[in-house]
Design a protein around this ligand. Structure first.
Ligand SMILES: C[S@@+](CC[C@H](N)C(=O)[O-])C[C@H]1O[C@@H](n2cnc3c(N)ncnc32)[C@H](O)[C@@H]1O
Length: 255
């Protein structure tokens, strides 16, 4: 398949950046047959990052596989906020880690941290184990239940990019997300905060004194998320970044 044919197939499928995507696919494909298959998958609507098997996020290349949440550019805000005051020997947990992108990016910025990660989904856990190169520290299970007990009360930074889309909004997501990312990675229940509330409820016990929880939220969730954090022994502030179109809650355990 030539570059022109790849561009034409992608354009016909509605890819806005058909030329750029064709170049990414050509670079990733080992041979012509693989390129044809990759173009076919992308034209059928699979996210480009799942097709090529990686995403570039916050200065790191993150390995991906089909069925794993694609890290979003906006999540750079969580990495920035989380690393702002992080010491080199900090204990960091990437809860709801998906591919492990956030933890990987934090470790890239602050080498020397001890990083654990956990997710409910075994496919995500396998992917995070590929990325974090420390399989013994990537755990499978429901939120804090997945973590080793020795982390209790010691976590300096809890990254928790939980699913936060309100159930009624799921049908309006782009089909790339609806059809190719697991529902458990997206659906945050009635108001989108079901998983966040569960994280907030446990965070004060798992965080070290002064430790931080950072999570992405929407504008509509600001008041309820702040109430959930403040009501669980944390002190929350909300930070926005218009360039990234991102909003995060930063909740600190009192010292
Ligand atoms: C929005 S994705 C974020 C993935 C990754 N942190 C990122 O930013 O790319 C949410 C992740 O939470 C996981 N998840 C959902 N419910 C969970 C639970 N109860 N316990 C642990 N992980 C959960 C999903 O499997 C999914 O990987």
């Amino acid at each position: 398949m030539t570059r022109g044919q790849a561009v034409a197939a992608l354009r016909a499928a509605g890819c806005v950046f058909a030329e750029d995507e064709a170049d990414v696919l050509i670079e990733a494909a080992r041979d012509d047959r693989t390129l044809g298959a990759m173009v076919g998958r992308r034209a059928a609507g699979e996210p480009l990052e799942q097709v090529v098997g990686y995403a570039d996020f916050c200065g790191v290349r993150v390995r991906l596989r089909p069925g794993v949440f694609v890290p979003r550019v906006r999540s750079e805000l969580l990495v920035r906020l989380g690393t702002a005051e992080l010491g080199p020997y900090a204990l960091v947990v990437d809860l709801c880690c998906g591919s492990g992108a956030l933890g990987l990016a934090v470790r890239h910025r602050v080498p020397g941290i001890t990083l654990y990660a956990a997710d409910l989904d075994p496919v995500a856990v396998a992917c995070a184990r590929d990325n974090l190169a420390d399989p013994g520290r990537v755990h499978q299970g429901d939120l804090f239940e997945a973590l080793p007990a020795e982390l209790y009360g010691r976590i300096d930074l809890l990254l928790a990019n939980v699913p936060y889309v309100a159930t009624r909004h799921i049908p309006f997501l782009p089909s790339e997300a609806r059809d190719h990312e697991p529902r458990t990675a997206l659906d945050g229940g009635d108001d989108g905060l079901t998983v966040f509330r569960a994280v907030a409820a446990g965070a004060a016990r798992w965080l070290a004194p002064g430790g931080l929880l950072v999570s992405e939220i929407t504008e509509a969730q600001t008041a309820a998320a702040t109430t959930a954090a403040d009501g669980n022994g944390l002190t929350a502030t909300v930070v926005t970044d218009d360039d990234l179109d991102a909003r995060a809650i930063v909740a600190r355990r009192q010292r």
